[in-house]
Design a binder for this molecule. Structure first.
Ligand code: EPU
Length: 346
């Protein structure tokens, strides 16, 4: 265990925050021992995986940061049609997805290149290009922080929702995910319906994409829209896409006929927060104020995707929190819609 560790390399926003205590976990036994340790028992603790979805608001974390870096991928079951594959929590998500695709296993390809680690993926039920983690999730193994006991969570027990799970809500902080099992198919049709996948494939002369070609196409589409966190700090989408009542949507559509929307099973309508943020902005005297591409010294709104807040270096987490509040107020004032962060504030 180390003391006074700067967490800058451990959060994709790249904010400096010093942790009072810090430990890197490389195997489960080490984690089991840690749970019996007095520092773990007495101090506030934060389980950190890739740090791709957190915002450190303060310069100091007064507690223990547990960085999960356990590795390993194994095939648990394999038959003609399906495979069950288990990845340890510290495995890199993009590498794991690529490994499954290279083996010809279907199910995770649309989730290609989402920065982060396997253990964090169920926490917010990561999703992209028409698919979510829950679609192929089987179960995950965890350790209870209070007792050190092992517990397996089935898909139902995880209570997945849009960027939500039991680990982000009711059981927040109570369990540490140590490995995740996925059930993947050896033959399946590809999901090409979302957004610009088809356009991208057409433009690149690909008629019937293979699994690997789809994977690579998704990587290219993402790279074109989202910042490379090695160069510009970000946490991907900062806000969730809001779901509104149909009546409100129909009223809005009269004024904004181009407002994109997706029907929800419950009759409500999901609208893209990125569009809302692009179509309102700070008062600058411009006829069409927009947050997209807006920058205030060290932080701003990414110029290619308004849902992504960015840190250009030298800023503080607090600056992003303040910007997020301004954006929320602006969206509320113009569209009467509340948008809430997807990112977890620490
Ligand atoms: N849009 C705008 N302006 C913008 C951004 C988006 O008008 O600045 C419009 C687009 O034209 C499109 C719609 O909004 O009509 C949706 O945009 P996009 O396909 O880029 O997706 P998103 O809803 O903004 C979500 C996920 C992303 C995921 C993409 C692709 C959330 C919160 N975000 O973004 O996930 O990669 O779909 O599936 O659901 C993440 O969670 O960190 C993340 C990057």
């Amino acid at each position: 265990m180390k003391t006074n560790v700067n967490l800058r390399p451990y959060n994709s926003f790249g904010f400096s925050a010093v942790a009072k205590y810090f430990i890197e976990i490389n195997d489960i036994q080490q984690l089991e021992e840690l749970i019996q340790n007095d520092i773990f028992k007495n101090e506030k603790h934060l389980i950190l995986s890739g740090g791709n979805n957190v915002l450190f608001q303060n310069d100091f974390f007064d507690g223990l940061v547990v960085y999960i870096n356990t590795r390993g991928i194994e095939t648990i079951q394999d038959n003609d049609n399906e495979v069950i594959v288990r990845a340890q929590a510290g495995e890199d998500w993009p590498d794991f997805v690529r490994y499954t695709v290279e083996n010809g296993w279907h199910g995770l390809e649309n989730l290609a290149n989402i920065p982060g680690k396997v253990g964090a993926a169920p926490v917010q039920n990561i999703g992209a290009y028409g698919m979510e983690l829950k679609d192929n999730f089987l179960k995950c193994e965890t350790i209870e922080t209070a007792t050190g006991g092992k517990r397996v969570f089935s898909k139902t027990e995880c209570r997945f929702g849009y960027r939500e799970s039991v680990f982000k809500k009711e059981l927040k902080g109570h369990y540490i995910i140590t490995s995740v099992d996925f059930k993947l198919k050896k033959n399946a049709s590809l999901h090409l319906e979302y957004g610009n996948i088809k356009t991208y494939l057409e433009q690149n002369g690909i008629e019937n994409p293979t699994l690997l070609q789809l994977h690579d196409a998704i990587c290219a589409i993402r790279d074109a829209k989202l910042p490379d966190v090695k160069r510009i700090g970000s946490a991907g989408s900062f806000f969730k896409n809001p779901v509104i009542e149909r009546m409100q949507f129909e009223a809005l559509q009269k004024n904004y006929p181009n407002l994109p929307h997706y029907d929800e099973p419950n009759g409500k309508v999901k609208v893209p927060a990125g569009w809302l943020i692009e179509h309102c902005g700070p008062t600058t005297g411009s006829d069409t104020p927009s947050w997209k591409g807006w920058r205030d010294e060290h932080v701003g709104v990414y110029e290619k995707q308004a849902l992504v807040l960015v840190h250009y270096g030298k800023g503080k987490g607090h600056d992003i929190a303040k910007l997020a509040e301004r954006i929320q107020a602006s969206v509320k004032a113009k569209f009467d819609i509340n948008i809430s962060p997807e990112v977890v504030y620490i």
